[in-house]
Design a protein around this ligand. Structure first.
Ligand code: NOJ
Length: 569
């Protein structure tokens, strides 16, 4: 994903006292303590997540409009192996089976997103509301509630209606603020009597940087040095507007909560005795999570973003900063628009100063002026960018606690992938990832972080954006070769189920036995999966060959009978 090089042994950290660069957060206190046996506070919520484009399929069914991801994935060369989300996990058709699986795991909540063009095909509420799309989400929500699973609903997980991209330039255009607000308002009106947890945007960093700066994601624009800042500016305004709409029009009746989900990897200074490394690490975090969290919690962009982007813009001879500015009214309108913070967290980087040579042109990455490094010893089981570094999670949660006034946090995404070619359902590396990351979250709660729920990413293997189906994050394996998209539990299903039923990690003996049992039971799932091509073949025989042969027989008999009758006449 991003630039990275290998951490040399000489960079190994030494713990030395140092004054923190940001309020209250102590960069020098990185305790890497051993596993902590204990349980989570009563009422802690457990679940898993998905998103519409990644799992639903049915891309052009029942009146759904096209999204920017439909358009992007249909262009050759944009997605690994030219995969698309056209049918994906067929979640649109299989949601009842999926909720049954969730019930079996005893989930307290399930996080999913609503596809904007499925319910507003042209993006505009004033033009056409697709009742069939509404019915799909109605049915899903009702089925979840019937099974005592709380829906946590994301309004925007990246699938903007394509019409809005073509007509207005998508998030480059401030008119999205009102269109998104109309869409959100419709969702509150139709689903808000049953949905009590709303998330406006999922990972706006990705929307802005990968959609409008690097172009790796839809809509695939490469507006370096400006596009991401402009998109983010409009997204923050849209978030605030929707929060106010909920607050003014719906909260008193529906009594729900509304937040945003930010993805934030942790940045650790390479050398915590070096002030420049500490500043670089803080820049990494401020240009990532702080870009969105600071306006929403504290009223404006992080000072370091204003300083760096402003200075670089000046060096380029621009009259104004490439980072847009909020007016005083906008600042106070945006500040405080978050009932809870959704956090998506996957990995960590060591960070140091880079000293980008000037004259390389504008870019978000040059503006941050830092280099990312990884420790070669960190496990790297799946996605190229995803190293397993559990202690970074505790650091991040503590940073959030100190920076934004200890907000209520729901972890909205955390998990690890494996490569496409790995069909082993005995995913012991994922079991270890979940065990250690969830344990660091428990330590952070002990430190005082206000974490209320945890959402494993993801419930099913699904369409992993520009990586197509080549990276699998699911607790459940999905056999994409089979048109029925059957689901098979990985060992991590069993393990996560035990964490949920014990609300944590009761004691060493028990946790060790869960691990053993999980890995034992997965071998039978492996056998089932191995038999899948055979089953697929048999299905083809019963669904295609048998009906075709029967039809042919009937036709031939009819023709034969006609000839017979003619001969007699
Ligand atoms: C964050 C995104 O929200 C999600 O859609 C994606 O699958 C995960 N990262 C893993 O890359």
């Amino acid at each position: 994903m991003l630039q990275r090089c290998i951490l040399r042994p000489c960079h190994v950290l030494t713990l030395v006292l140092f004054v923190s660069a940001s309020d209250d957060f102590d960069w020098t206190k990185n305790e890497r303590t051993s596993f902590y046996y204990g349980t989570f506070p009563t009422g802690f919520s457990w679940g898993a997540g998905s998103s519409a484009y990644q799992t639903e399929g049915a891309w052009n069914i029942d009146g759904k409009g096209m999204s920017i991801w439909d358009a992007f994935a249909h262009k050759k060369g944009k997605i690994f192996s030219n995969d698309t989300g056209d049918s994906s996990c067929e979640g649109y058709y299989k949601f009842k089976d999926d909720v049954t699986l969730m019930k079996d795991m005893k989930f307290n909540h399930y996080r999913f997103s609503i596809s904007w063009p499925r319910i507003l095909p042209s993006g505009l509420k004033s033009e056409h509301i697709n009742e069939k799309g509404i019915k799909y989400y109605d049915d899903l929500i009702n089925m979840l509630l019937d099974n005592k699973i709380t829906p946590i609903v994301t309004l925007y997980h990246w699938d903007l209606p394509q019409v809005l991209q073509e007509k207005y330039g998508g998030w480059q255009n401030v008119s999205m603020v009102n269109y998104f607000n109309d869409f959100a308002n419709l969702c509150f009106e139709r689903f808000g009597n049953r949905v009590k947890y709303w998330i406006t945007f999922n990972n706006p960093w990705s929307i802005a940087v990968e959609g409008y700066e690097t172009g790796e994601h839809a809509p695939g624009l490469k507006l370096k040095g400006t596009g991401a800042y402009k998109a983010a500016h409009h997204i923050i305004k849209a978030h605030a507007k929707v929060w106010h709409t909920y607050d003014m029009q719906w909260r008193s009746k529906q009594k729900g909560l509304i937040g945003i989900s930010l993805t934030a990897d942790w940045g650790e200074p390479v050398d915590i005795t070096n002030q420049r490394d500490i500043e670089a690490a803080e820049r990494y975090i401020q240009f990532y999570m702080g870009w969105f969290a600071t306006p929403i919690f504290n009223g404006d962009y992080p000072q370091v973003m204003k300083d760096y982007i402003g200075r670089k813009s000046g060096q380029q001879g621009l009259g104004a900063s490439r980072l847009p500015v909020f007016s005083p009214q906008e600042k106070s309108y945006i500040k405080g628009t978050c009932d809870f913070l959704g956090l998506g967290h996957f990995t960590t980087r060591y960070v140091t100063l880079k000293n980008y040579p000037s004259g390389l042109g504008d870019s978000y990455f040059a503006d941050r002026d830092l280099a990312e490094l990884v420790d070669p010893q960190w496990p790297d089981p799946g996605s190229e960018w995803l190293y397993s570094v559990p202690w970074g999670f505790r650091r991040l949660l503590n940073f959030v606690k100190t920076q934004y006034g200890n907000p209520m946090i729901y972890v909205t995404e955390n998990g690890v992938s494996e490569k496409m070619l790995c069909t082993d359902l005995c995913d012991d590396w994922r079991v270890k990832y979940f065990k250690d990351y969830i344990n660091e979250m428990l330590k952070a709660i002990k430190d005082g972080a206000n974490v209320k729920g945890y959402t494993a990413w993801s419930f099913l293997d699904n369409f992993e954006w520009d990586e197509g189906y080549s990276e699998r994050f699911g607790l459940y394996y999905v056999d994409f070769r089979n048109k029925n998209k059957p689901r098979y539990p990985k060992a991590s299903v069993q393990f996560y189920k035990r964490i949920i039923s014990s609300n944590g990690f009761p004691n060493q003996r028990e946790v060790e036995s869960w691990k053993r049992k999980a890995v034992e039971t997965c071998s039978s799932s492996n056998q089932l999966l191995a038999a899948d091509p055979l089953i697929g073949h048999m299905e083809m025989v019963t669904e295609i060959v048998v009906p075709t042969v029967c039809t042919l027989c009937i036709l031939l008999s009819a023709v034969f009978l006609m000839f017979l009758l003619r001969g007699r006449l």
